[in-house]
Design a binder for this molecule. Structure first.
Ligand code: MIC
Length: 357
C-alpha cells in the first residue's frame, strides 16, 4: 500500500481517499433525523487513517489518543482531577494516562469561588488550554464544559474553542445555566429538547472541525426526575452522536452498575467524588462494573486545601513553613519541566544555564 512506484502509489491514494470519505460518512456525518449514531465501534476508515498517521509519524492529537483508548482497548481510563499547572504536572509525573480538568477546581483555584456557574467559557478554555499543552506528547485532557455556557450556539462555540485549545474531550450537561456542582442538592435541569439541542450543536461542531474530540453527554436529572429519565436522556444524546455518557450523582453502587448494563455497549464515565452525594466507588469496582472512564474530580483540590491549611497554620503558630528538606525550589521547578526548558535553551546554543541553576 505504501509503495513508491507510480501506479501502486496512485491506487493507494485513491483507496485512502475512499476510506477517508467512508470515515466522514460513518463517523462524522450529520445523520438525517430518525437515524442514530453508533460511535461505540471504530469505522474502518477511521482505523485506516490512524494507521497512516502512525506510519507517517505524525503527532497524535489528544482527542485521537483518547478516542483510540476508548475504541481500541477495553481499559478503564483513570483520570485524576487537576485544576492548575502544578496539579497537572504532578499527575503527569506519576504517569497517569489521561487527566481531567475539574470545573469546580478551576473555579476555586482561579476565581476563589464555589462551583455555581461562575467560571465561564474563557476562564475554562484558558485553563484547559494551558493544561492540555504542558506536554504535547503527554496524556489527553478531558475537561468540564458545564452547560456549554449558553444555548446551542455557545455549546458549539465551546466545542470549537476546546478543540483548538487541544482538549481531547469534554462533558456537556443538562442543568439550567445557573448550574451548581453535581453533588449539591437543589439541582434543576432543562427540558429534554433543550438538552438535546445542546448535544446536537456540540456534535455538529466536532463534525465541522473534523476532530476526534470525545463528546461526553452528562445528565444531572437523577435528583429531579429519577433514574429512568437519566437513561432516556443519555440514550437520546447517544443517538445524536455523543460518544460517552455520564450520569451524575448515582445514589448506590447497584444503580451505577445498572446504568452500565442499560446503556451497553455505549461507554460510560463515572465521576467519583468522595464525600459527595454518591457512595465512593474505587477504580477496581468501576472496572468490574464496566465503566470505561473514571474521573476523580476532587483528587487534587481537597488534598491541596488540607496541605496548604496545615502548613499555614504551622506558619501562624510556629513562625515557620516547615517544608521537608528534600523539597527545594529546584525540585518543584523540575516537576514543572525545568530539565526540558534547559535542554531547549542549550540545544539552541543559548547560554542561560552555563553556570547551572
Ligand atoms: C465534575 C464536576 O463538574 C467538576 O467540576 O469537577 C463537579 C465535581 C464536584 O463539584 O463535585 C460535579 O459537578 O460533579
Amino acid at each position: 500500500m505504501f509503495k513508491t512506484n507510480g501506479e501502486a502509489d496512485l491506487a493507494s491514494k485513491a483507496e485512502l481517499i475512499k476510506q477517508a470519505k467512508a470515515y466522514e460518512e460513518d463517523t462524522l456525518a450529520v445523520k438525517p433525523s430518525g437515524q442514530a449514531f453508533d460511535n461505540s465501534v471504530p469505522s474502518p476508515g477511521w482505523l485506516l487513517l490512524n494507521h497512516v498517521k502512525e506510519f507517517l509519524n505524525q503527532p497524535v492529537f489528544g482527542a485521537t489518543k483518547l478516542r483510540k483508548m476508548l475504541l481500541e482497548t477495553n481499559e478503564l481510563i483513570v483520570c485524576p482531577g487537576v485544576y492548575d499547572g502544578l496539579s497537572a504536572r504532578t499527575a503527569m509525573e506519576l504517569g497517569f494516562s489521561a487527566l481531567y480538568m475539574t470545573g469546580a477546581g478551576t473555579t476555586a483555584s482561579r476565581l476563589g469561588q464555589p462551583d455555581l456557574a461562575i467560571a465561564q467559557l474563557h476562564e475554562m478554555r484558558e485553563n484547559a488550554e494551558m493544561i492540555a499543552n504542558l506536554d504535547p506528547f503527554g496524556p489527553p485532557l478531558i475537561a468540564d464544559m458545564d452547560t456549554g455556557y449558553g444555548g446551542p450556539i455557545m455549546a458549539a462555540r465551546t466545542v470549537e474553542q476546546y478543540i483548538r485549545a487541544g482538549v481531547a474531550g469534554a462533558h456537556l450537561e443538562d442543568q439550567v445555566l445557573t448550574k451548581r456542582c453535581g453533588h449539591l442538592s437543589g439541582k434543576k435541569v432543562v427540558e429534554r429538547d433543550e438538552y438535546i439541542s445542546r448535544i446536537r450543536a456540540a456534535h455538529a461542531a466536532r463534525v465541522r472541525m473534523k476532530s476526534d474530540f470525545v463528546l461526553i453527554a452528562r445528565t444531572d436529572a437523577l435528583q429531579q426526575h429519577g433514574y429512568d429519565e437519566c437513561i432516556a436522556r443519555l440514550r437520546m444524546a447517544r443517538d445524536e452522536g455523543a460518544d460517552v455518557g455520564l450520569c451524575e450523582g448515582f445514589t448506590s453502587k447497584e444503580q451505577a452498575a445498572q446504568a452500565v448494563k442499560d446503556l451497553a455497549p455505549w461507554p460510560l464515565l463515572l465521576n467519583s467524588v468522595e464525600n459527595g452525594k454518591s457512595p465512593t466507588i474505587t477504580v477496581d469496582e468501576a472496572r468490574a462494573m464496566g465503566f470505561r472512564i473514571i474521573i476523580f474530580s476532587f483528587a487534587t483540590l481537597a488534598p491541596a486545601y488540607l496541605a496548604i491549611k496545615e502548613t499555614l497554620q504551622r506558619l501562624k503558630t510556629e513562625g515557620i513553613v516547615g517544608t521537608p528538606k528534600n523539597v527545594t525550589p529546584v525540585t518543584l521547578f523540575e516537576v514543572c519541566g525545568l530539565k526540558h526548558s534547559m535542554a531547549v535553551d542549550m540545544n539552541a546554543g543559548g547560554a542561560s544555564f552555563k553556570d547551572g541553576v
